[in-house]
Design a protein around this ligand. Structure first.
Ligand code: RIB
Ligand code: CA
Length: 312
């Protein structure tokens, strides 16, 4: 059993990741969802996290709202990709269950300080602001962290918000630097991976054919949000970036990667938000991340379909 906290900025692909996680309670004990500004403002990411929780029938899982702005840079959003409401293609309504009291950063501090050593897994699906703030407020939280698995970065693939930067890092590179510097056990699932696990039309059709609301919603969300990347990059289908993080936790055998030394560039300029991966170890620096670079696309979508089938 993986003791899990998901930090997220739903966000179309975040919504798919959340549904996949909440459909897998035999493997993932989801203690809480913490939200952050990213794809859309934190008020919207928090509303969306509550709504997806309702879709999954998991309103007992608390949602804590987190940082409204990055550590230092001005906020940047991705409404051109995810729409103003952050989840395209589906009906948006005010969720029944409210936010949990208190903010996400204090929840992370309190929970991780109280946790048994190396017991909690953190899945970071958006800008890493909340964890960076928690580490600054209470560096001792590191003790309770088993691993941090983040959708972040790009190397050979190039960026998706600038020619070199992936959005989660671009949106708060200072936070990513702080998380890297903390020394927590860290895994990155970069665009190099997520751009090879694409929601091809026949894979989307399988989701729609599940015959339940979960399949219909996920198919519609992906189909709508993927139009941006398909048009810009000429892809054969949309990437479901954040769901790969949850799939990695559920079925690591579907993935492979390497340990490497990574830096995130937080200097103003063309390289702002770029992840520089020392792929061949030429710098002789000790590895600081596990860089997941390959995945079984069919296996990923079969897992996603099988788990979504469990939901209403
Ligand atoms: O670059 C892709 C990442 O940025 C995903 O997490 C997506 O949801 C956006 O947050
Ligand atoms: Ca995200």
């Amino acid at each position: 059993m993986i003791e899990l906290i998901i930090d997220t900025d739903p966000g179309a692909d975040d919504a798919v990741a959340l549904l996949l996680a909440m459909a897998s309670p035999e493997a993932l004990r989801l203690h809480a969802i913490t939200t952050v500004a990213g794809n859309v403002p934190v008020t919207t990411t928090s509303r969306n996290a509550r709504l997806v929780r309702q879709w999954a029938g998991c309103e007992q899982i608390p949602v804590y709202a987190g940082a409204a702005t990055p550590l230092r840079r001005a906020p940047v959003y991705a409404t051109d990709v995810h729409g103003d409401q952050g989840m395209p293609g589906v009906a948006i309504e005010e969720p029944r269950a409210p936010l949990a009291g208190g903010d996400a950063v204090q929840y992370l501090v309190d929970t991780l300080l109280a946790a048994a050593p190396a017991s909690i897994t953190l899945a970071l699906l958006g800008p890493q602001t909340n964890l960076a703030l928690a580490l600054a407020r209470a560096p001792g939280i590191r003790r309770g962290i088993k691993q941090v698995v983040a959708m972040a970065g790009a190397h050979f693939n190039g960026g998706n918000i600038t020619p070199v930067a992936e959005f989660n890092l671009f949106a708060d590179p200072h936070a990513a630097e702080a998380v890297l510097a903390s020394g927590v056990p860290l895994t990155y699932l970069p665009l190099d991976l997520t751009h090879t696990l694409l929601a091809l039309p026949e894979r989307l059709a399988r989701l729609a054919a599940l015959g339940n609301q979960a399949g219909a919603r996920v198919e519609a969300i992906i189909r709508h949000y993927a139009q941006h990347d398909i048009a810009r990059y000429g892809m054969a289908g949309g990437p479901v970036h954040d769901a790969t993080v949850i799939a990695y936790l559920l079925a690591p055998e579907l993935f492979s990667g390497r340990d490497l030394y990574l830096q995130v560039d937080a200097r103003e300029g063309m390289g702002f938000g770029q992840s520089v991966a020392d792929y061949h170890g030429v710098l002789g620096q000790p590895a600081n991340v596990h860089w997941v670079e390959r995945g079984d696309a069919e296996g990923f979508f079969e897992l996603l379909a099988a788990r979504l089938r469990r939901l209403a």
